[in-house]
Design a protein around this ligand. Structure first.
Ligand SMILES: NC(=O)c1ccc[n+]([C@@H]2O[C@H](COP(=O)([O-])OP(=O)(O)OC[C@H]3O[C@@H](n4cnc5c(N)ncnc54)[C@H](O)[C@@H]3O)[C@@H](O)[C@H]2O)c1
Length: 312
């Protein structure tokens, strides 16, 4: 099986490459290093079944593949807002290029979509039938609306040219190889605690999030890819166990130790107040549910960031 992983040098993409290589696939990893790093794929460079191509998916790509996992796109607000036009281009032009590539190859293609398509939701937890509440003109719109348009394109290629598509809506995922400066809550809290700095909580800290460990997420992704043609999704994949930001900060502090205090700052614009996946479809269609407890996943993630500490 020849598998293309776009965004393969990023956080999720590099774990996916590891998993696919371990399963015996031939992997072509494509990335433009916008947020990804050489270090994330360093362990695979010597592997014969692994190839890397430095390429931006907003330009057309011609390679022979059987499967495409389309993960290329900066995922954290700090990174996707740095160049919002490029973010929309990656979600729209990039996705059209990958869909055309799948079409030329008769390949199956999976899109790494996001819970951000639900925006700031009025229903809780969010099931796939919910259409979302998204601001089309705000600072987050390049990502939220870009990802929504990507889903539209996937379903139009499915209806119009019978492409074999899978759309996975990923909820907050964390683990080793997250970018230390990406401003996401788990990496923020851990890095601040390791550096003995105050832990920044936006808003009251009572807003909840749910966190999925990367190994669970990758398990859901590879399962979904191997489901029969026609099982398109969208399917939510995430961990439905909720924590408030204050609870998360306290857990991190217990694992890291040290004496950081909590400081409170105003919520960023359009920050969703609550987000939690309904994973009934993932359970029924993929036989998937998350296995790793937050405590265990955080310990692995803290160990990773501790190893980076001298370079932070
Ligand atoms: N991590 C999460 O919690 C989460 C949640 C929802 C959705 N997702 C989605 O999963 C995917 C991977 O997320 P991640 O957390 O690994 O983010 P990441 O930023 O670590 O990885 C994205 C990768 O894509 C690459 N990239 C960006 N634009 C590109 C382009 N135009 N051409 C080629 N490569 C490009 C980056 O260099 C990086 O290696 C993204 O599509 C993201 O939207 C992630």
């Amino acid at each position: 099986m020849r598998v293309l992983v776009t965004g393969g040098a990023g956080f999720l993409g590099s774990h996916l490459c590891d998993r696919l290589i371990a399963q015996g696939a031939e992997v072509l990893c494509v990335d433009n290093f916008y947020t990804g790093t050489e270090a994330n794929i360093g362990g695979l460079k010597a592997t014969r079944s692994f190839r890397f191509l430095n390429h931006d998916i907003t330009a057309p790509l011609h390679v022979d593949v059987d499967r495409i996992f389309n993960l290329a796109c900066p995922a954290s607000p700090i990174h996707y807002q740095r160049d919002p036009i490029q973010t929309t281009k990656t979600c729209v032009h990039g996705v059209i290029n990958m869909l055309d590539l799948a079409r030329q190859n008769g390949a199956r293609i999976l899109q790494a979509s996001t819970s951000e398509v639900y925006g700031d939701p009025e229903v809780h937890p969010q099931a796939e039938q919910y259409w979302g509440r998204v601001n089309p003109i705000g600072p987050r719109s390049c990502y939220d609306e870009g990802k929504r348009c990507a889903e539209t394109l996937f379903f139009d290629y499915f209806r119009q040219v019978k492409l074999d598509i899978k759309v996975m809506r990923i909820f907050n995922t964390y683990g080793p190889r997250m970018h230390p400066q990406d401003g996401r809550v788990v990496s923020n809290f851990i890095v601040q605690a390791l550096q003995g700095k105050p832990i920044t909580i936006y808003g009251s800290g009572k807003q909840t999030r749910s966190f999925c460990y990367v190994d669970d997420l990758i398990d859901g992704m590879v399962r979904f890819m191997e489901t029969p043609h026609g099982l398109t999704g969208p399917i939510n994949v995430g961990n439905p166990v909720e924590s408030t930001m204050i609870e998360l900060a306290e857990r991190v502090l217990t694992i890291v130790g040290g004496s950081s205090r909590l400081v409170f700052e105003p919520l960023p614009q359009d920050d969703p107040r609550q987000r939690c996946p309904d994973i009934s479809a993932a359970k029924a269609e993929l036989g998937w549910s998350p296995k790793v407890a937050l405590e265990d996943g955080l310990k692995e993630t803290v160990a990773y960031f501790r190893s980076l500490l001298p370079t932070l």
